[in-house]
Design a protein. Sequence first.
Length: 389
Amino acid sequence: MKSSLSNQKAPLWWARWVPAALLITGLIVLTILIGSTVLVPLLLSFALAFMLEPVADRFERRGHSRNAAVLLTLLVTIIAALLVFGLLLPSIYHQFGESVEKLPLALRAASARVQALLDYAHGQLSPQLYARLQAAITDFQNDPSAITSRIGAWLARGLFGLVSFGSAALGLLIVPFFVYYLLLDMDNLRRIVEEHIPERHRGTGVRLFNEIGEVLRGYVRGRFLIALIMAAIYATGLLILGVPLWAAIGLIAGIIGIIPYIGVATGFLLAVAFAVFDGAGIVRLTGILGIFALAQLFEDYVLTPRIIGNKLEVHPMLVFLALIIAGDLFGLLGLVLAIPVLGVLKVFLRFIDELYLRSDFYTASSLAGSSGEATEAKPAAAATLEDAT
């Protein structure tokens, strides 16, 4: 009797794991807040390792040792990156120089157009609002740097605030070493973790790690492939429209597109800005809007379902909420991590749901003592009814 009672789990047996879960969550948040300088290169290294792992495995299957396969993979990657940047940088530098030369003329033309619109709407605006807008236009005509410096400060704080010069230099130095050791020792690290799982739970733990790894690998590889395809689409469309820096804007929009909806917004703003500097009219600006709108629809309804598929299966509303909350808490780093973390949380929640559905609390026919109480309650109810009649 005693052994049977000891084998039964209490209904809230899982509650003893809550402090450990809270402690792990607190350590992760503390690491993100304090170690962001090292965390960004480390996350980039993991993403690159997930991308390059199939290439290293292919070299290894051809008879190379793991060390040689990893070195060959890194060598091929570096050569490919140098070729791409070697082909793009001269064109980008030339187009950027032309845009800088046209910048004063474009600013004067833009201020003249805004002044014409303001004069046209003079009768519909209040005197106070018209005076404020007129003062702003006059200040911009006298000193354009007042606006451009504000835009630069906004970019420095928001879009590029995460990566300072020091962290960027540190990342350039340590990312290749991180990627090398991750590709070399990823299987060993996994084996070490699995060996420290109690044997009675090892099968479940291995299955959980496999599901998490499948989600992360599928998401990272899919997002990188989608980023390259979208960069090509943006660059081709901007080239047809004759937008300056079409290659650089397409590449920037595609790569930043790893963060959902941020890449398309950044690329659109850059494309419109440089098109205006080039003297673009309404037709060309409308074409830019059409390119980015159609490309975003193509990504959402064609590329993402086909390439990433059902790796995540997260409702779009949850994606928006995750981006808002993570961006507010952790800035740009939160936007980068929001969706993969959401995918991992889904794996854990599905696992916890399976445990709950198999638990004694869920599968038991009734709670202890409830059947006895019910049988005792029936005679009492019958006696009360007889007294009332």
